[in-house]
Design a protein around this ligand. Structure first.
Ligand SMILES: NC(=O)c1ccc[n+]([C@@H]2O[C@H](COP(=O)([O-])OP(=O)(O)OC[C@H]3O[C@@H](n4cnc5c(N)ncnc54)[C@H](O)[C@@H]3O)[C@@H](O)[C@H]2O)c1
Length: 268
């Protein structure tokens, strides 16, 4: 999809990857609805983008961790710009560690990392199927193709996010829906940097040891090129595809390697 003149919604847009995606899509000529729990952060982004092209960005305070939050966001975007051409379900949380993770944390992780994608798609699809086109993108993670040492909730929710994106593409791809799924490894954002704190399962040190940490703007460049090409998987870290290939070709060897990596991290 050529984003020039298109209407795009990005969630988790106040910082990190979502902010960079919004800036990149805007630069490509899109009008952007930037949504986040952090309303002030989205307003700062909107001010920045509207200074370049007046009326081209709406900052919206939104909680996409509920169905109603997604409905309200879709209505706000439609009221501002008319149709939505592309919706990027990018907001995510990196909470939780092992089986002792509190129940409310499991719920929050599933609501934001998985159900938000389902709720958004549920309320976007009727219009898109009627129009015969629409583009749904989601941010999962390399953890959705591989695993996240130190965090069961993150591993499970990100696998589920990839599974949902696949299902959407399989089910509606022949009716005009395009779907892409972003699966990055380390990206220099608050989420990665906060994962360095004690109690976060040591997940950030695993990510850092697994490969290069990209800047959000570098990820956004790759995302835009994949959206232009309308292909499914967005893998800004090529090494993820190598690890994924090893997993698929010999699951038990891959699991043994992951155990060794975990022992190394825990022993640090
Ligand atoms: N940073 C990494 O290394 C990395 C790697 C793989 C995948 N990801 C994924 O990338 C996505 C973006 O994360 P990031 O790294 O930019 O982190 P980030 O913490 O900088 O950004 C996440 C944004 O989501 C927002 N958000 C959280 N809950 C929300 C809710 N209920 N409603 C609306 N907004 C909400 C936050 O306010 C924040 O601005 C996430 O889905 C994350 O899981 C990140």
């Amino acid at each position: 999809m050529d984003l020039s003149g298109k209407h795009v919604v990005v969630t988790g847009a106040a910082g990190g990857i979502g902010r960079a995606l919004s800036q990149r899509f805007h630069q490509a000529g899109a009008r952007v609805v930037a949504a986040d729990l952090d309303a002030a952060g989205t307003q700062r982004l909107a001010d920045e983008l509207n200074a370049v092209r007046p009326g081209s960005c709406l900052g919206v305070g939104a909680d996409i961790g509920s169905e109603q939050g997604n409905i309200d966001l879709i209505h706000a975007a439609e009221a501002a710009f008319g149709a939505i051409d592309l919706f990027f379900a990018n907001a995510g949380v990196g909470m939780g560690t092992d089986l002792d993770t509190p129940e409310d944390m499991w719920d929050t992780a599933f609501n934001i990392n998985v159900h938000a994608h389902r709720w958004a798609a549920k309320h976007l699809l009727p219009v898109w199927l009627e129009r015969g086109e629409g583009y749904f993108c989601s941010t999962a993670s390399a953890a959705g193709l591989l695993s996240q040492i130190g965090s069961a909730p993150y591993s499970m929710t990100k696998h589920a996010a990839v599974a949902f994106a696949e299902w959407l593409s399989i089910t509606y791809g022949s009716r005009g829906l395009r779907v892409s799924c972003l699966c990055p490894q380390g990206v220099n954002t608050n989420m990665l940097n906060q994962g360095d704190t004690p109690g976060a399962g040591g997940s950030s040190s695993v990510v850092r040891s697994a490969g290069v940490v990209l800047e959000p703007a570098e990820v956004a460049d790759v995302v835009l090129s994949v959206i232009n090409a309308e292909t499914f998987l967005i893998a800004p870290h090529p090494e993820v595809l190598t690890y994924w290939g090893r997993k698929v070709s010999d699951y038990d060897r891959w699991l043994a390697g992951m155990r060794k990596l975990q022992a190394r991290i825990v022993g640090e």
